[in-house]
Design a protein around this ligand. Structure first.
Ligand code: 8YV
Length: 315
Protein backbone atom coordinates (compact mmCIF):
# COMPACT_ATOMS: atom_id res chain seq x y z
CA UNK A 1 0.00 0.00 0.00
CA UNK A 2 1.24 3.50 -0.78
CA UNK A 3 2.06 5.71 2.20
CA UNK A 4 -0.92 8.06 2.62
CA UNK A 5 -0.13 11.65 1.80
CA UNK A 6 -1.22 14.06 4.57
CA UNK A 7 -1.42 17.82 4.57
CA UNK A 8 -0.55 19.53 7.86
CA UNK A 9 -2.42 22.77 8.61
CA UNK A 10 -0.57 24.78 11.30
CA UNK A 11 2.13 23.58 13.68
CA UNK A 12 1.75 20.58 15.97
CA UNK A 13 3.88 19.53 18.95
CA UNK A 14 7.37 18.71 17.60
CA UNK A 15 7.24 15.08 18.78
CA UNK A 16 3.94 14.54 16.95
CA UNK A 17 5.25 16.18 13.79
CA UNK A 18 8.32 13.91 13.96
CA UNK A 19 6.27 10.78 14.57
CA UNK A 20 3.78 11.50 11.78
CA UNK A 21 6.69 12.11 9.40
CA UNK A 22 7.88 8.53 10.03
CA UNK A 23 4.42 7.09 9.34
CA UNK A 24 3.05 9.24 6.51
CA UNK A 25 4.08 11.42 3.64
CA UNK A 26 3.32 14.71 5.42
CA UNK A 27 3.44 18.08 3.73
CA UNK A 28 3.54 21.26 5.89
CA UNK A 29 0.98 23.68 4.48
CA UNK A 30 2.09 26.24 7.08
CA UNK A 31 5.48 26.48 5.32
CA UNK A 32 3.95 27.35 1.93
CA UNK A 33 4.39 31.01 0.96
CA UNK A 34 1.41 30.97 -1.44
CA UNK A 35 -1.24 28.65 0.01
CA UNK A 36 -3.94 29.08 -2.71
CA UNK A 37 -1.39 28.44 -5.49
CA UNK A 38 -0.02 25.39 -3.66
CA UNK A 39 -3.52 23.97 -3.14
CA UNK A 40 -4.52 24.60 -6.75
CA UNK A 41 -1.50 22.67 -7.93
CA UNK A 42 -1.24 19.90 -5.30
CA UNK A 43 -4.65 19.70 -3.53
CA UNK A 44 -5.55 16.43 -5.30
CA UNK A 45 -2.58 14.62 -3.75
CA UNK A 46 -3.88 14.57 -0.17
CA UNK A 47 -6.13 11.95 1.40
CA UNK A 48 -5.67 13.23 4.97
CA UNK A 49 -5.51 16.54 6.75
CA UNK A 50 -3.94 16.93 10.15
CA UNK A 51 -4.74 20.09 12.04
CA UNK A 52 -5.43 21.46 15.52
CA UNK A 53 -8.32 23.05 17.39
CA UNK A 54 -6.42 26.34 17.22
CA UNK A 55 -6.12 26.31 13.41
CA UNK A 56 -9.01 24.11 12.21
CA UNK A 57 -10.05 23.49 8.61
CA UNK A 58 -12.46 25.81 6.82
CA UNK A 59 -14.71 25.07 3.85
CA UNK A 60 -12.22 26.63 1.41
CA UNK A 61 -9.44 24.29 2.52
CA UNK A 62 -11.68 21.22 2.54
CA UNK A 63 -12.97 22.23 -0.91
CA UNK A 64 -9.40 22.50 -2.22
CA UNK A 65 -8.67 18.86 -1.32
CA UNK A 66 -10.92 16.81 -3.65
CA UNK A 67 -9.56 13.41 -2.56
CA UNK A 68 -9.66 14.16 1.17
CA UNK A 69 -11.05 11.28 3.29
CA UNK A 70 -10.05 12.10 6.85
CA UNK A 71 -9.29 15.09 9.08
CA UNK A 72 -7.47 14.43 12.37
CA UNK A 73 -7.45 17.35 14.78
CA UNK A 74 -5.25 17.92 17.82
CA UNK A 75 -7.70 19.30 20.40
CA UNK A 76 -11.30 18.93 21.51
CA UNK A 77 -12.76 22.17 20.13
CA UNK A 78 -14.41 21.79 16.73
CA UNK A 79 -15.46 25.41 16.26
CA UNK A 80 -12.83 26.08 13.57
CA UNK A 81 -13.53 22.92 11.58
CA UNK A 82 -16.33 23.20 9.05
CA UNK A 83 -18.12 19.98 10.01
CA UNK A 84 -20.90 20.57 7.48
CA UNK A 85 -18.42 20.91 4.62
CA UNK A 86 -16.71 17.71 5.80
CA UNK A 87 -20.02 15.83 6.16
CA UNK A 88 -21.21 16.86 2.69
CA UNK A 89 -18.08 15.26 1.26
CA UNK A 90 -18.21 12.25 3.60
CA UNK A 91 -14.87 13.23 5.12
CA UNK A 92 -14.33 11.62 8.53
CA UNK A 93 -13.33 14.05 11.31
CA UNK A 94 -11.42 12.92 14.40
CA UNK A 95 -10.60 14.98 17.49
CA UNK A 96 -9.10 14.44 20.97
CA UNK A 97 -11.86 14.50 23.61
CA UNK A 98 -11.58 13.26 27.22
CA UNK A 99 -7.79 13.06 27.48
CA UNK A 100 -7.65 16.77 28.37
CA UNK A 101 -10.65 16.95 30.76
CA UNK A 102 -8.62 16.76 33.96
CA UNK A 103 -5.99 19.36 33.07
CA UNK A 104 -8.59 21.81 31.79
CA UNK A 105 -10.75 21.31 34.90
CA UNK A 106 -7.66 21.71 37.11
CA UNK A 107 -6.88 25.00 35.41
CA UNK A 108 -10.45 26.22 35.88
CA UNK A 109 -9.89 25.82 39.61
CA UNK A 110 -6.45 27.43 39.41
CA UNK A 111 -8.09 30.50 37.84
CA UNK A 112 -11.01 30.46 40.25
CA UNK A 113 -8.77 30.28 43.32
CA UNK A 114 -6.35 32.79 41.87
CA UNK A 115 -8.90 35.46 41.05
CA UNK A 116 -10.90 35.03 44.27
CA UNK A 117 -7.85 34.95 46.57
CA UNK A 118 -5.70 37.35 44.57
CA UNK A 119 -2.81 34.91 44.16
CA UNK A 120 -1.21 36.42 41.05
CA UNK A 121 -1.90 39.99 42.15
CA UNK A 122 -0.42 39.36 45.61
CA UNK A 123 2.60 37.69 44.02
CA UNK A 124 3.17 40.87 41.98
CA UNK A 125 2.81 42.90 45.20
CA UNK A 126 5.55 40.86 46.93
CA UNK A 127 7.87 41.03 43.92
CA UNK A 128 7.69 44.80 43.72
CA UNK A 129 8.53 45.07 47.42
CA UNK A 130 5.00 46.14 48.38
CA UNK A 131 4.84 43.85 51.44
CA UNK A 132 7.43 46.04 53.16
CA UNK A 133 5.06 48.99 53.21
CA UNK A 134 1.49 47.77 52.77
CA UNK A 135 -0.71 44.90 53.85
CA UNK A 136 -2.52 42.95 51.19
CA UNK A 137 -6.29 43.54 51.37
CA UNK A 138 -8.69 40.78 52.35
CA UNK A 139 -9.97 38.57 49.55
CA UNK A 140 -12.97 36.30 48.88
CA UNK A 141 -13.54 32.85 50.39
CA UNK A 142 -13.99 30.03 47.87
CA UNK A 143 -14.92 26.97 49.97
CA UNK A 144 -18.62 26.44 50.56
CA UNK A 145 -19.75 28.94 47.92
CA UNK A 146 -21.92 28.56 44.82
CA UNK A 147 -20.39 27.30 41.58
CA UNK A 148 -22.41 27.72 38.38
CA UNK A 149 -21.18 25.85 35.31
CA UNK A 150 -22.19 26.85 31.81
CA UNK A 151 -22.02 23.68 29.71
CA UNK A 152 -22.04 20.29 31.40
CA UNK A 153 -20.09 18.30 28.83
CA UNK A 154 -17.03 16.23 29.57
CA UNK A 155 -15.01 19.17 30.91
CA UNK A 156 -17.98 20.76 32.73
CA UNK A 157 -18.53 17.52 34.61
CA UNK A 158 -14.85 17.28 35.58
CA UNK A 159 -15.14 20.83 36.98
CA UNK A 160 -18.38 19.98 38.82
CA UNK A 161 -16.77 16.91 40.42
CA UNK A 162 -13.87 19.02 41.67
CA UNK A 163 -16.40 21.35 43.29
CA UNK A 164 -17.11 18.65 45.90
CA UNK A 165 -13.53 19.00 47.16
CA UNK A 166 -14.20 22.63 48.02
CA UNK A 167 -17.68 21.96 49.45
CA UNK A 168 -19.16 24.04 46.66
CA UNK A 169 -22.85 23.96 45.90
CA UNK A 170 -22.88 23.19 42.15
CA UNK A 171 -25.55 24.01 39.58
CA UNK A 172 -25.33 24.13 35.80
CA UNK A 173 -27.07 25.15 32.64
CA UNK A 174 -26.79 23.62 29.19
CA UNK A 175 -28.94 23.09 26.09
CA UNK A 176 -30.99 20.56 28.05
CA UNK A 177 -30.82 18.93 31.48
CA UNK A 178 -28.18 16.21 31.64
CA UNK A 179 -29.50 12.82 32.76
CA UNK A 180 -27.89 10.89 35.57
CA UNK A 181 -26.21 13.79 37.39
CA UNK A 182 -27.12 15.11 40.82
CA UNK A 183 -26.24 18.77 40.16
CA UNK A 184 -29.25 21.02 39.76
CA UNK A 185 -30.14 22.39 36.33
CA UNK A 186 -30.89 26.10 35.93
CA UNK A 187 -33.01 26.90 32.87
CA UNK A 188 -31.03 29.95 31.73
CA UNK A 189 -27.55 31.46 31.91
CA UNK A 190 -29.00 34.60 33.50
CA UNK A 191 -30.60 32.61 36.32
CA UNK A 192 -27.46 30.56 36.83
CA UNK A 193 -25.38 33.75 36.97
CA UNK A 194 -27.79 35.37 39.44
CA UNK A 195 -27.50 32.36 41.73
CA UNK A 196 -23.72 31.78 41.39
CA UNK A 197 -20.72 33.24 43.22
CA UNK A 198 -18.49 31.75 40.52
CA UNK A 199 -19.65 31.28 36.93
CA UNK A 200 -17.37 28.94 34.99
CA UNK A 201 -17.73 28.66 31.23
CA UNK A 202 -17.20 25.14 29.89
CA UNK A 203 -19.39 25.32 26.78
CA UNK A 204 -18.14 24.61 23.26
CA UNK A 205 -17.46 27.60 21.01
CA UNK A 206 -19.15 28.28 17.68
CA UNK A 207 -22.21 30.12 16.45
CA UNK A 208 -24.64 28.38 18.85
CA UNK A 209 -22.90 29.78 21.94
CA UNK A 210 -21.59 33.09 20.60
CA UNK A 211 -21.90 35.89 23.20
CA UNK A 212 -24.08 33.73 25.43
CA UNK A 213 -22.42 35.51 28.34
CA UNK A 214 -23.79 38.97 27.61
CA UNK A 215 -23.93 42.25 29.54
CA UNK A 216 -27.20 41.01 31.07
CA UNK A 217 -25.57 37.80 32.30
CA UNK A 218 -22.63 39.76 33.76
CA UNK A 219 -25.03 42.08 35.57
CA UNK A 220 -26.86 39.04 36.96
CA UNK A 221 -23.51 37.70 38.23
CA UNK A 222 -23.11 41.03 39.96
CA UNK A 223 -20.41 42.90 41.90
CA UNK A 224 -19.67 39.93 44.20
CA UNK A 225 -19.50 37.39 41.36
CA UNK A 226 -16.48 36.02 39.49
CA UNK A 227 -16.30 34.73 35.91
CA UNK A 228 -13.92 31.98 34.80
CA UNK A 229 -13.51 31.02 31.14
CA UNK A 230 -11.51 27.98 30.03
CA UNK A 231 -13.68 27.28 26.96
CA UNK A 232 -13.73 29.78 24.10
CA UNK A 233 -13.52 33.57 24.08
CA UNK A 234 -16.42 33.68 21.63
CA UNK A 235 -18.86 32.53 24.34
CA UNK A 236 -18.42 35.90 26.08
CA UNK A 237 -19.25 39.35 24.76
CA UNK A 238 -15.72 40.53 25.46
CA UNK A 239 -16.48 44.25 25.11
CA UNK A 240 -19.25 43.86 27.71
CA UNK A 241 -16.87 41.90 29.95
CA UNK A 242 -14.22 44.62 29.75
CA UNK A 243 -16.85 47.25 30.65
CA UNK A 244 -18.11 45.17 33.58
CA UNK A 245 -14.59 44.61 34.93
CA UNK A 246 -13.48 48.21 34.53
CA UNK A 247 -16.67 49.47 36.23
CA UNK A 248 -16.45 46.69 38.87
CA UNK A 249 -19.94 45.50 38.01
CA UNK A 250 -18.51 41.99 38.51
CA UNK A 251 -15.87 41.15 41.13
CA UNK A 252 -13.29 39.67 38.79
CA UNK A 253 -12.47 37.24 36.02
CA UNK A 254 -10.02 34.40 35.37
CA UNK A 255 -9.54 34.04 31.63
CA UNK A 256 -7.60 31.45 29.65
CA UNK A 257 -9.33 32.28 26.35
CA UNK A 258 -10.19 35.44 24.41
CA UNK A 259 -12.24 36.46 21.41
CA UNK A 260 -9.29 37.37 19.22
CA UNK A 261 -6.30 35.36 20.47
CA UNK A 262 -3.49 36.12 20.99
CA UNK A 263 -4.83 39.67 21.35
CA UNK A 264 -6.04 40.49 24.85
CA UNK A 265 -7.97 43.73 25.48
CA UNK A 266 -5.30 46.11 26.84
CA UNK A 267 -7.86 47.66 29.23
CA UNK A 268 -7.45 44.47 31.29
CA UNK A 269 -3.67 44.72 31.76
CA UNK A 270 -3.83 47.15 34.64
CA UNK A 271 -6.61 45.36 36.57
CA UNK A 272 -5.67 43.29 39.62
CA UNK A 273 -9.09 41.61 39.68
CA UNK A 274 -8.32 39.81 36.43
CA UNK A 275 -6.07 36.81 35.81
CA UNK A 276 -4.96 36.47 32.19
CA UNK A 277 -3.51 33.27 30.74
CA UNK A 278 -2.38 32.46 27.17
CA UNK A 279 -4.81 29.58 26.41
CA UNK A 280 -2.81 26.99 28.31
CA UNK A 281 -5.45 24.82 30.02
CA UNK A 282 -4.54 21.60 28.21
CA UNK A 283 -0.86 22.53 28.18
CA UNK A 284 0.81 19.94 30.39
CA UNK A 285 3.40 17.42 29.17
CA UNK A 286 1.09 14.55 30.08
CA UNK A 287 -2.06 15.87 28.43
CA UNK A 288 -0.41 17.17 25.27
CA UNK A 289 1.29 13.76 24.89
CA UNK A 290 -2.07 12.00 25.30
CA UNK A 291 -3.62 14.35 22.73
CA UNK A 292 -0.75 13.74 20.31
CA UNK A 293 -1.01 9.97 20.77
CA UNK A 294 -4.73 10.13 20.04
CA UNK A 295 -4.13 12.06 16.80
CA UNK A 296 -1.63 9.35 15.76
CA UNK A 297 -3.98 6.54 16.84
CA UNK A 298 -6.98 8.11 15.09
CA UNK A 299 -5.03 8.27 11.83
CA UNK A 300 -3.77 4.71 12.25
CA UNK A 301 -7.28 3.43 13.00
CA UNK A 302 -8.71 5.28 10.03
CA UNK A 303 -6.13 4.07 7.54
CA UNK A 304 -6.19 0.47 8.82
CA UNK A 305 -9.93 -0.02 9.54
CA UNK A 306 -11.72 2.92 7.94
CA UNK A 307 -12.94 4.06 11.37
CA UNK A 308 -11.69 6.72 13.75
CA UNK A 309 -11.31 5.98 17.47
CA UNK A 310 -12.85 9.31 18.44
CA UNK A 311 -14.97 10.71 15.61
CA UNK A 312 -16.43 14.20 15.97
CA UNK A 313 -20.16 14.19 16.74
CA UNK A 314 -22.26 14.97 13.68
CA UNK A 315 -24.68 17.82 14.03
C1 8YV B 1 -5.47 23.49 22.74
C2 8YV B 1 -8.05 23.62 22.91
O1 8YV B 1 -4.67 24.34 23.46
O2 8YV B 1 -8.48 21.33 22.64
C3 8YV B 1 -8.86 22.46 22.45
O3 8YV B 1 -9.94 22.71 21.89
O4 8YV B 1 -8.46 24.71 22.84
C4 8YV B 1 -6.72 23.36 23.51
O5 8YV B 1 -6.65 22.12 24.09
C5 8YV B 1 -5.33 23.89 21.39
O6 8YV B 1 -6.28 24.71 20.88
C6 8YV B 1 -4.97 22.75 20.53
O7 8YV B 1 -4.73 23.17 19.29
Amino acid sequence: MMTPRLLQNGRLPPALEAELATLYDVHPLWAEPDVPAFLARHGREFVGLVTSAAVGADATLIGALPRLRVIASFGVGLDLIDLDAAARRDVAVGFTPDVLNDCVADLAFALLLDVARGVSAADRHVRRGGWLSARWPLTTRVSGKRLGILGLGRIGRAIARRGAGFDLDVRYTSRRPVEGVSWRFEPSVVELARWADFLVIAAAGGTATRHLVSAEVLDALGPQGFLVNIARGSVVDEAALVDALVAQRIAGAGLDVFENEPNVPPELFGLDNVVLLPHLASGTHETRKAMADLVRDNLHAYFSTGRLLTPAPLH
